[in-house]
Design a binder for this molecule. Structure first.
Ligand code: NAD
Length: 495
């Protein structure tokens, strides 16, 4: 069995405590991918000292040159796209086409970030005083702690790491325990692209040990976290107390609305992709389907007929539509919520069980599941399940659909299918989400647009697009006075 290492202090090293955890294939649990370091606070301490040295070099490297390194990383991702996607499917379970898309998002982010190295704009603004210039520029901040979830093993780390690096920061990267191999490949690529070794540190391990040590370390001023709202709350408390800069991207309970005038075939494709793609384990997964009563029965039948035909299996096998859940705990959570749904009186239309087939028995598979008659306010309508479970809610108007969409504590993405321009624009304005799709599913963000959620999904920051560069830099204001005399702002101009 292959033993993997951390990357700390410019070299691949064993964890201080000598402990490791196993990474297994969720489609075939008996298959071990490798042993990865179960790091602790001592490893984080070493990583911080190294990242501080890395910051000294990197923050003084011109931003366009930093961007060039990220561009090369993008080229290497292109060259190794298939190999990385296969490794991702093997440890995460999503079907290969989706894993290729996940790597592609990293490539898109790399090229966007590379060009940002030549942009990182400040502003020059008029001063209110004579012979004085006023301007702003962006400064790198320092060591950034990057903590990521299992579901987008390449896209999410690159959304965070590439902008952090282009802005001149150094990085300590703690990937999710279930996807450490893809993270290792990403760090290899950054090094091959020419990133000075001490600028990146890879610390594998569990959240409560390695992750927590990063969040609590006083010399890491920036934390970027994507994961569950529960973990985000713990991290938020610590960062608030320590006055750290913190970006949180957390859970979702996203809904697709279908109006009576919608193209139902299109809406069907959307909901199948949104609800059962990545086995429902996307932050933007469609976990609620809000149907206008006029098309409710017809559309439910269309969804159930199509969902029952989806083929479960190993994501590496051609023809597979839905892979396994990530691990035992994830499947138990789905089973628990299906039981909750039954007890709450929702009608189980399809699924609601582990598949019986012998070929699937060694993986964490679960049948695509649809509940109808789900009432707003019930637990399966409110809580994030993170699996292939779709809750259908019947409504009588657009206003009611919007109210149902907004009646949860999360606010990541939403979608509406309608041919009516006025309905689309009303929804666009009224849906309380960071992202709204019109005639497209709740999933499908592009790397050059801001990504993030409102309410308890986020804390006001955005990943991706141009906005993330604000998170990874401090804006500094400069006043250059060449008048040769004391000029008093707010006083001398108005005397
Ligand atoms: P998780 O919260 O269990 O873990 C995320 C990361 O945090 C992992 O690396 C984990 O090791 C680490 N962690 C756990 N406890 C920690 C602690 N006390 N201190 C520091 N780090 C800690 O989430 P997950 O199961 O990997 O991912 C699924 C969740 O992520 C879902 O809720 C999903 O909605 C959310 N998610 C959100 C977005 C978004 O952009 N909003 C994107 C993807 C996933």
């Amino acid at each position: 069995m292959k033993t993997f290492r951390n990357f700390i202090g410019g070299e691949w090293v064993a964890p201080a405590g000598g402990e490791y955890f196993e990474n297994r294939n969720p489609a075939r649990w008996s298959e071990v991918i490798g042993r990865f370091p179960d790091s602790d606070a001592r490893d984080v301490e070493r990583a911080v000292r190294s990242a501080q040295r890395g910051f000294e070099i990197w923050s003084r490297t011109p931003a366009p040159i930093r961007g060039e390194v990220i561009r090369k990383a993008g080229d290497l991702l292109v060259a190794r796209k298939k190999e990385i996607a296969r490794a991702m499917t093997r440890e995460m379970g999503k079907v290969l086409t989706e894993a290729l898309g996940d790597v592609q998002e990293g490539i898109d982010t790399a090229y966007y970030a590379a060009s940002e190295g030549r942009r990182l704009f400040g502003r020059t603004v008029p001063s209110e005083l004579r012979n004085k210039w006023a301007m702003t520029y962006r400064r790198p901040i320092g060591v950034c702690g990057i903590i990521t979830p299992f579901n987008f093993p390449m896209a999410i780390p690159t959304w965070k790491i590439f902008p952090a690096l282009v802005c001149g920061n150094s990085v300590i990267f703690k990937p999710a325990e279930d996807v450490p191999h893809t993270a290792t490949l990403l760090v290899e690529i950054l090094l091959e692209a020419g990133l000075p070794p001490e600028v990146i540190q890879l610390v594998h391990g569990r959240g409560e040990t390695a992750g927590r040590a990063i969040v609590e370390h006083p010399a890491i001023p920036v934390i970027s976290f994507t994961g569950s709202t529960e973990t985000g709350a713990i991290i938020g408390e610590t960062c608030g107390r320590m006055h750290k800069r913190l970006s949180l991207e957390m859970g979702g309970k996203n809904a697709q609305i279908v109006m009576p005038d919608a193209d139902l075939e299109l809406a069907l494709e959307g909901v199948l992709w949104g609800a059962f793609g990545t086995t429902g384990q996307r932050c933007t997964a469609t976990s609620r389907l809000i149907l206008h009563r006029q098309i409710h029965d017809k559309f439910v039948k269309m969804v159930c007929d199509a969902a029952e035909k989806l083929k479960l299996g190993d994501g590496l096998k051609p023809g597979t539509d839905v892979g396994p859940l990530i691990n035992r705990a994830a499947r138990e959570k789905v089973e628990y919520y299906v039981e909750v749904g039954r007890k709450e009186g929702a009608v189980l239309e399809i699924g609601g069980a582990v598949p019986k087939s012998a070929a699937l028995k060694d993986g964490w598979f679960y049948k695509p599941t649809v509940f109808t008659g789900v009432k707003p306010g019930t637990r399966i309508e409110q809580e994030e399940i993170f699996g292939p479970v779709l809750s259908v809610i019947r409504v009588s108007s657009l206003e009611e659909a919007i109210k149902v969409n907004n009646g949860v504590r999360y606010g990541l993405s939403s979608s509406i299918y309608t041919r009516d321009l006025a309905s689309a624009f009303k929804a666009m304005e009224a849906l309380e989400n960071g992202i709204t799709y019109i005639n497209a599913p709740t999933i499908g963000a592009e790397a050059h647009l801001p990504f993030g959620g409102v309410k308890q999904t986020g804390n006001g920051h955005r990943e991706g697009g141009w906005q993330v560069y604000d998170f990874y830099t401090e804006t500094k204001a400069i006043y250059a006075d060449y008048s040769g005399k004391l000029q008093r702002a707010q006083i001398d101009t108005y005397e």
